[in-house]
Design a protein around this ligand. Sequence first.
Ligand SMILES: [Mn+2]
Length: 222
Amino acid sequence: MRENFFHPVREVDREDFRTQRKLKMTTLSRRGVVDRQTKETRIRLELLLDGEGNTELRTGIPFLDHMLSLFAVHGFFDLKIDAEGDLEIDAHHTVEDIGICLGSALAQALGDRKGIRRYGHSVVPMDEALAAVTLDLSNRPYLVYRIPSIADRVGQFETELVPEFFRAFCLNGGVTLHVDSPYGSNTHHIVEAVFKAWGRALDGATQLDPRRAGVPSSKGAL
Ligand SMILES: [Mn+2]
């Protein structure tokens, strides 16, 4: 385990909008760390929201590593996952539990959700496939998942686990997530476009809006 994978404190450039001066500020990183152990899986996951796309992924499921790497790179998240699951049965528990841990880490990193943009949207093509992901960091878990009919497997990976993963993520992250792929024919391309669009949409939604001091809700709470 590399010691400096995450920097708990980082220096950021901010501009003071009154004086137009560039300010160097240090800020606490928005990060979530989850350690979760059940009789089915043992997972340690670290998520840094304002990262650089660095990943260390050992889920035991190569296709999931590939997808989460795309997610992190295109969302500028630093993501580290060490998972040991009951893969001798199948990948179901491991995929679902990684979704749980990623959602929990997101909720932890967002804290009271003050100042965030809250909504995010991205449309990403991958050759013939297109995926649109729209999300709301609303604290209201909901998943809408609409994709073209796809193959049951990509390599060893069962594609019915993709919505299971996102459902677990939404429930534990407090996220309303709409995944919509209007067309595409290659299963690998469709799923890949979905994970890239998810990363970009989540990057947008988690960004801090300097105009927003409080919680982005007319109710005053999320
Ligand atoms: Mn690929």
